[in-house]
Design a protein. Sequence first.
Lengths: 776, 155
Amino acid sequence: MQREDYNVIGKKFNKVEAVEKALGHLKYAGDIYFQNCLYAKVLRSPHAHAIVKRINTSKAEKLKGVKAVITHKDVPKIPTWHNALYVFSAQCFDSFILEEKVRHVGDRVAAVAAVSPEIAEEALELIEVEYQLLSAVFDRIKAMEEDSPTIHDFVWRGSDKVKIKNNILATREIKIGDVEKGFKEADIIVENIYETSRPNNAPLERSVITCCPGPGGSLEVYATTQGVHTLRMSLAGSLGIPLHLINVHRVYLGGSFGAHIHTGFIESICALLALKTQRPVRLEKTRKEIFLSCGRHPETIKLKTGVKKDGTLVAQHMDLTDDTGAYATGAESKMVLGAGDFMSMYQCPNQRFTGRTVYTNTPPLTAMRGAGNPQVHFAVESQMDIIAEQLMVDPIELRLRNLIKIGDKMYGAGHDIFSRINSNGTQELMIKGAEIIGWSRRGEVSNDKSRLRRGIGFARGFHTSGCGSEKPSGFYVEYSGAIVMINIDGSVNLITASVDSGSGGHTVYAGIVAEELGVRFEDVVVSDADTQTAPFDCPTHASRGTYVVGMVSKEAAKKAKEILLKWASEILEEPVNRLQTKEGKVYVVDQPERWTSIEEVVLVGHRNGWGSVIGLANLRPTECAPHFTVAFCEVEVDTQTGKVCVVRYIAGADVGTVINRNGVEGQIVGGVHMGLGYALLEDTKIDETNGEILTTNFTDYKILSPIDMPPVETIIADTFEPTGPFGAKGSGEGVTNPVAPAVCNAVYNAIRVRIKDLPITPEKILKALRKKSPNH
Amino acid sequence: MKRRIELRINGEIYELEVEPRSTLLKVIREILGLTGTKCGCERGECGSCTVLMNGLPVNSCLVLAVEAEGSDILTIEGLSKDGTLHILQKNFVEYGAIQCGFCTPGMIMTAKALLDTNHRPTEEEVRQYIAGNFCRCTGYDKIVKSILSSALEYK
């Protein structure tokens, strides 16, 4: 299968919703206001670990304008659903809607619904709580010790009650080949410990949910969520009400990066208050609450690699401790994702992965762009650089010797999800990127003793496109449905429940549908959608949009086209296999002067009552076609201040066929921005004495500004993914994964200092430089 | 205790009763229904609430509505005339500078203020000027490109 000359795909087209956004007309969840609406606020614990011994809400209830106050006594005795993205038996239920035992600073104690947000806040202050303090643990290694405080006694995995020992939610032990034998065969063994940080997703939009009660106990929901169907399932499950009573409306999101997949906290609280007061209730997270409710899992990674003199990997063992915070919104998924990632970074006959997901008394962590992969990439790609130096082999050459190839098995989102690699542009990208940045200049640096020192670093990586696999995963729900309808004016409606947080997914699907049907891009409209009228789709995550939703949209378009051509064949009096479509016309294949318009075909059908031209498709992907990336980075380190400035960045991506070039480039540079933040700046700081979060606003939590961003050059590989729609794969997360190790390797090239714990701060640089030469 | 004030927004005069503590942002969004201006942080740190006040960009979450009386306020809704996109809006769309779009209104208003006073900014000047407008999606490069391109076509 090959890339063809497409009519729509690869050409320039604007995003379907761009004009509306530019005008300020597009309504996000928080822009939709309702009459008679109440405003909800959540009372949050000031303590990291405590029992709510007594709680008195009477004063709050008496405050004028307060319509409801709820505590742990008022919530259903059903553990709240964090995440219907996972198969039920894999889901972790470790929380109630409001807690009698609080497990982190900021945990949910009570909630108020009032006629204004100001009155709701005032009411919070009138709630009297007596806490019985418990000792808390914030360090993931200490949390596993015998005498550490127990954060969860037990949790439910599906309907199974599971005892939790030493705060360990789950472990994994995965073996391939024989690592002990492999290490014996190695010429060198490199062993290091890497620590990663806790950046926040920091989407610009603050999460809002509004629940509007209707007749018969029903609920209309407008929410900042990455998955409307999974939110619906979570609400039904958490509240114990029939699914069909809840309808979630799909809106565009102002960014998410994984922050809005989980649904077990404010969502259930809002729904409960709406049902109780029988009025619309709006719950909006403050920026501080966003800093308390999402973020990348920090991990401790021990990596032992055995290599032969010629650079071939013979054995590797990764030991990973994953910190999920006080609640496991994603169960042990980030650890398991890390396992799959680790095992597929390179060809290695003997591999072992030992992992554990641990609770700590810190705010719950969630998915965040890359989900478990950036951490593992940091360890693996830093280690490859170290190995290259020890063996005196060029780092790029070392990668080439161990690269996974087309036909190899790919452990995707966790080790029970695997597929085969059918396209891989890594080699092309490495060679091109090296040439552009001037890779051969790296050696010049070693004698440089000036204050500002430059270095060049490289790292590579990948991310899966979705969670498809040969057999359905025991962990993820992974399938999509879509409907395509052609209207009597020749326009097309694509009905998909898929959420677009800014990635440009809707635009890609519209482009794919237009290409498949043979209409113009402008003729396709992505319909509004809700859970009552759009088929099931998973939350937009795992870079699955283009590859899975794009593919099912293509299939739905194909089915609509079958009906269209059947009718056209009657009109044109030609068999279906002699007909083709292009630019809104149906024409006879070698007699293009014989044609009719698509609009006319549908109109004839309409007049004759033949029905609607409509196609429905369902798709469970059996592959997860990884998109491969490379990162070349040049830094300038100020040896006096420790500041690292990225002066140039080359980002390479293998995304298969490019559907919308602006979209892919945007994802690449945006992914680099987040990756550079991970490397250099972003971390949620926690007071180790009491568990308070110190970085809860944008003054204290810094993201790279336009002044900090280096010029980013993008290169796109020329590949075709046969299992993807028109040869396309995802691109959203692969671009972030290799950034931190590339920066780290560049810093090492500049000053011979290797930082193994993120972020690479000026303090760490200076400390390391002083250690190297005490007179510095 | 509400106060009667008169606000001039996008060329129109509005007579309103507002609480003295209400921010200009809150009044624009919730009383006037102009939800194009966003509220990202409530503290003047992210720039998503940027409007122009007498031609200068301000964080409307830090301006009291009562303070804004007597000034000319321009929001994103006031930028396009008769359905025609302002050059900045047109270029943001065409350059792919809009991903999630949440920073877009504030970013465009800031850019307008820049181009109104500096017709040929350098790239560095653009980056400095928009540094108070956060974007989490784009990494800024297409935003900068569309502003520089707009400068060339600016009237």
